[in-house]
Ligand binder design. Structure first.
Ligand code: ADP
Ligand code: MG
Length: 629
């Protein structure tokens, strides 16, 4: 036996390691299992190379929990280490042995799959263990097995031991303050999280499986009996879908993999994108479009980032643009620097390129789907809409591509590109400034009467809703020339689409001035702006609307980013139809009767906007009941 000092600058690196990633103690298992996987991969490389001649058929990693001994062991039958190698790779810390290996075997089959360092590596074991042993037998014929041991101080011992099987056992004596890692459920959970798709089989414990009775025993119905057997529990799928070639996968395979990723999810994804880049950076992965609907927040942060099939994180906000965090799936890239700060990540050149690449791929996929099967694309539009809007609002390049496949849906269920719709409605819906007015509703039920009036005039109304609509509409107005959007209930139709040929008014200026105070008596001036208009006689006598501008400001304020502070006052326009018979009849009435009629008419207008509520509604009902004979 000999003893030595681990080559560290400070005496007390271990207390630092212990505190370093306090909330993340569990990653020790990821580090040790990935070292074991590396050791196995390395042996495969050497074997392919002819440097190793032994048998590789049972290459695997085992995690063994011994609650009585309070140990957790990570066992592999990979390359193992000689005493010299331990000295080099373990004692001289801050030196990644993986890097050296990859450099030596660059270009050799499998070498690029060596996982290497995330930062803490082997020494992360001391976050949870008071004592760590490495028991190892090197692949070299005639090697002496050795044990390295350290209790977390920079001192270690190395002893010769008996060990007949090739490979390494890392034995952790779990410390008192980390006993949670002696729970089977905890280890299960960590392995599922980090090791689910590692490329070498990883086993932990056993599980029950049901098979046909080997003796052929039959039950009372004459069927072969099913019997329970305990089998080794493999925690990982060594070849997850993203590591395969797209030509080898069917849609069912992709759907099945989605379920493997999100066992709790009910919906199938809408479609997927298989990423596969090897220049100028390495990236593979599968992104899925979920059914988004309205619950945007619930769906976020479901992309998992992997590095050579080791799970790293599910918070990819720094790596993909925000709007893409709505997608689900896996990105695997060994080129994303993993041991740097998050804020640094955003400025990393590779990360920027990855982000731009993914954005482009997503836009291309949507364009391709639109081109290949427009009908199918239309059917998916309800789910895609919010994503396309979000993408267009947050990324100029995406917005540019999206112009070709952004769809508008009208209230009759038809789909149009912006250009198509513009062409269709231009003859009737061009205003006197030469702009084509896109009328829209965000709620066909509530705005029914407005939509009907518009349709009666031959105008088409779009159905545009969702939380991003206000911002997105502004973007559309900027992106497409001579278009303006107006919600169908934001003014009278004559104002919304102003034409040069004005309808003559039946009321004179003096008559309007005489009636104005009656309306102002009934409607508060702070909230309602009364104006007489010459509409057609068959329009409603009073139309209450909220100006497009004010409503957009309020909506944008609500979702943030309106660009100014302070509350915006709620304002409505009350358009009085001077050409309507009921309004004309006001002139012949006594003061009290005038007020009564105006009250009734404004209440009806409020009612049709869903604005008549509480005491006012109750009073209206009583008053109207009295009128009915
Ligand atoms: P890295 O994995 O980045 O090299 P680690 O601290 O995790 O850093 O491991 C240091 C080195 O120790 C590895 O590169 C490897 O040479 C050696 N090593 C660790 N675990 C094993 C193992 N199970 N089998 C063989 N060698 C190992
Ligand atoms: Mg490592």
């Amino acid at each position: 036996m000999r003893t030595g000092q681990i080559n560290v600058q400070t005496e007390n690196i271990f207390p630092i390691i212990k505190k370093f990633l306090y909330s993340d103690h569990e990653i020790f298992l990821r580090e040790l299992v990935s070292n074991a996987v590396d050791a196995s991969q390395k042996l495969k490389v050497l074997s392919n190379n002819g440097e190793y001649k032994g048998d590789l058929s049972d290459i695997k990693v085992e995690v063994i929990l011994d609650k009585t001994a309070k140990t957790l062991t990570i066992r592999d039958n990979g390359i193992g280490m000689t005493a010299d190698e331990i000295d080099k790779y373990i004692n001289q810390i801050a030196f990644s042995g993986a890097e050296e290996f990859v450099q030596m075997y660059q270009g050799k089959e499998g070498a690029e799959q060596i996982i290497g360092h995330f930062g803490l590596g082997f020494y992360s074991a001391f976050m949870v263990a008071e004592r760590v042993q490495i028991q190892t037998l090197s692949r070299h014929e005639g090697s002496q097995a050795v044990q390295w041991e350290s209790n977390g101080s920079p001192e270690y011992t190395i002893t010769d031991i008996e060990k007949s099987t090739r490979g390494t056992d890392i034995v952790l004596y779990i410390s008192e303050d980390a006993v949670e890692f002696l729970e089977k459920a905890k280890i299960d959970e960590i392995l599922t999280k980090y090791c689910k798709f590692l490329p070498i089989p990883v086993f932990f414990g056993t599980k029950t499986e049901y098979i046909d009775s080997p003796e052929g025993e039959k039950d009372e119905n004459g069927k072969v009996k099913r019997v329970a057997i305990e089998v080794e529990n493999q925690v990982n799928n060594v070849s997850p879908a993203w590591t395969k070639a797209p030509v080898d996968l069917t849609k069912d395979d992709y759907d099945a993999f989605y379920r493997e990723l999100y066992p709790a999810s009910f919906d199938s994804p809408l479609f997927h994108i298989h990423l596969n880049v090897d220049y100028p950076f390495n990236l593979t992965g599968i992104l899925y479009f979920p059914k988004i609907k309205e619950n945007v927040e619930v769906q976020r942060n479901k992309i998992n980032l992997y590095s050579n099939q080791v799970f790293i994180t599910d918070s990819v906000a720094e790596i993909v643009p925000e709007f893409l965090t709505l997608l689900h799936g896996v990105i695997d890239s060994p080129d994303i620097p993993l041991n740097v700060s998050r804020s640094y990540l955003q400025s990393d050149g590779n990360v920027k390129k990855i982000s731009a690449h993914i954005t482009k791929k997503v836009a291309d996929k949507l364009a391709e789907m639109y081109k290949n099967d427009r009908k199918d694309f239309e059917e998916k539009w309800d789910d895609l809409q919010i994503f396309v809007q979000y993408g267009s609002l947050s990324d100029e390049k995406f917005a540019d591509k999206a112009k070709t496949f952004t769809l508008l849906k009208d209230t009759k269920g038809g789909f149009f590109t912006v250009e198509e719709f513009k062409e269709k409605v231009a003859p009737l819906q061009t205003n006197n400034e030469g702009k084509v007015v896109f009328l829209y509703t965000n709620n066909p039920e509530e705005q029914y009467s407005f939509i009907k009036k518009a349709n009666d005039r031959g105008y088409e109304v779009l159905h545009i809703d969702g939380p991003l609509a206000p911002h997105w509409i502004s973007l559309m107005e900027q992106s497409f020339e001579n278009c303006s959007f107006a919600r169908v209930d934001s003014d009278t139709l004559d104002k919304l689409i102003q034409k040069t040929d004005e309808i003559p008014s039946k009321l004179s200026k003096e008559e309007e001035e005489k009636l104005q105070p009656v309306f102002e008596k009934v409607l508060s001036k702070d909230k309602f702006k009364v104006q007489f208009e010459s509409m057609s006689a068959d329009d409603a006598p009073i139309i209450i609307t909220q100006p497009e501008f004010i409503r957009r400001m309020m909506e944008q304020q609500k979702i943030g980013g309106a660009g100014f502070m302070g509350a915006f006052p709620e304002m409505y326009t009350v358009a009085v139809n001077g050409n309507h018979a009921k309004i004309g009849s006001l002139l012949q009435k006594e003061d009290a009767a005038q007020v009564e009629l105006v009250k009734q008419l404004t209440d009806l207008a409020l009612l049709s906007q869903g604005m008549l509520k509480g005491a006012a509604l109750s009073e209206f009902i009583e008053r109207t009941t009295a009128l009915v004979e």
